[in-house]
Ligand binder design. Structure first.
Ligand SMILES: Cc1ncc(COP(=O)(O)O)c(C=O)c1O
Length: 392
């Protein structure tokens, strides 16, 4: 069978080598602990599950939803943005619910990219920006990030030719995988750059509310004029431990929101309504859930930072995101080799930075979404490895 080029061209799974090692270690009877995946281990809060259970019994929620979501959900999203970011949104024109933000991120290029058009993506970065662009027939130009620049792209260094062909500039702060954050000054510069070059900014704010030490993440829409050029992806996945329910939103420029809604209307039938009801309850009444989850992650972050430093890794404790991003010790060059050695000798899985792009080489990513006892076990093994002792 001949498959389409867009499928044939999908990059190989970069984690393949580590996956093989995990399978081998498991076959040897090793209790492998994965610090590789950013999926909250904490459950969805009970009061939200109660709301979902009630909503599931209402026959009105048993039928096809609308692709553009319940008006009440769009209104709740607008209220959330007003309270959380001081941003006023028109729920009829500037909000579209998504089946997880990954869905919207994957579909956005279908709205803006024609063959030959360019998406500007950061390296390292979340892989869906590149794949969505490729599926739409576009090309990506990578903006290399570096530790010395605080993992923010140098907008002035974007080549003129790439800027001319670019239709989308993808940004993601708080950032996966680096945990970096951006201040409003950066977003102002990005909006000015996008206006000057007639490029749409797609800002991915999936980690908006996973923050530490009192840090408060910004919406790009807090910047004057941003809604002329920006669409923002936001999600209940990480904020409310709701990755399994697939509910998120895109907000911002009305023309882009409208285009995304039209694409979605032709491809999906929206989010199950009972889940939209649960999402309304979360946004209108977040209770202590965000703060209490963040307190758990912050404590884990501090333990991870301590042990990674013992291992000789260099890092700044992240102010946000579910990840600790750390530079390999002097003399270690390959993140894949280092991660493979950790799996072999400790049974602990970390993500090689190179999986997120060439500029991620030399770093590893550790996720904080592992239950405390498992994390302690993993850290005990890493500590033993650091001291040259047997970890397993
Ligand atoms: C940067 C980033 N954006 C978007 C997503 C997708 O989140 P969801 O589809 O659950 O909203 C993720 C998930 O890990 C992510 O890391």
């Amino acid at each position: 069978m001949r498959l389409a080029q867009r499928v044939e061209q999908l990059p190989p799974y970069l984690f393949a080598r580590i996956s093989e090692m995990i399978a081998r270690k498991r076959a040897e009877g090793v209790d492998v602990i994965s610090l590789g995946i950013g999926d909250p281990d904490l459950p969805t809060p009970d009061y939200l599950l109660d709301c979902l259970a009630d909503a599931s019994r209402d026959p009105a929620n048993h039928r096809y939803p609308e692709s553009d979501g319940l008006p009440e959900f769009r209104e709740a999203i607008a209220r959330w943005y007003e309270r959380r970011h001081g941003v006023t949104l028109d729920p009829g024109r500037e909000v579209v619910p998504l089946i997880g933000s990954k869905e919207g991120i994957g579909h956005l290029p279908l709205c803006l990219i024609d063959p030959g058009d360019v998406s500007l993506i950061t390296d390292p970065g979340y892989p869906v920006y590149e794949i969505g662009t490729m599926f739409a027939g576009g090309e990506t130009v990578k903006l290399p990030l570096s530790e010395e620049d605080g993992w923010l792209p140098r907008l002035d260094d974007i080549p003129e030719d790439a800027a001319r062909r670019a239709r989308i500039l993808w940004l993601n702060y708080p950032n996966n995988p680096t945990g970096a954050v951006a201040d409003l000054g950066f977003f102002e510069r990005a909006v000015a750059w996008a206006c000057e070059h007639d490029v749409v900014i797609a800002h991915d704010l999936a980690y908006a509310d996973v923050t530490y030490d009192g840090y408060v993440a910004h919406s790009i829409l807090e910047v004057d004029g941003a809604r002329d050029v920006a669409i923002e992806f936001n999600s209940l996945s990480k904020s409310f431990n709701m990755t399994g329910w697939r509910v998120a939103m895109a907000v911002g420029n009305a023309q882009v929101v409208n285009a995304l809604t039209r694409v979605k209307t032709n491809l999906d039938s929206g989010i199950p309504q009972a889940i939209q009801r649960m999402a309304i309850a979360a946004l209108d009444d977040p209770r202590e859930s965000i703060a209490s989850h963040n307190a758990v992650y912050q404590q884990r972050r501090d333990r991870v930072v301590e042990v990674l430093r013992e291992l000789g890794l260099h890092l700044d404790p992240p102010q946000a995101s579910l990840y600790v991003w750390a530079r390999l010790p002097e003399g270690e060059r390959s993140s894949g080799d280092f991660a493979a050695r950790l799996v072999e000798q400790t049974g602990v899985v970390v993500t090689p930075g190179a999986s997120y792009g060439e500029a991620g080489e030399g770093y590893i990513r550790i996720s904080l979404t592992v239950p405390d006892e498992r994390l302690e076990d993993a850290l005990r093994r890493l500590s033993a490895f650091a001291k040259g002792e047997r970890a397993l």
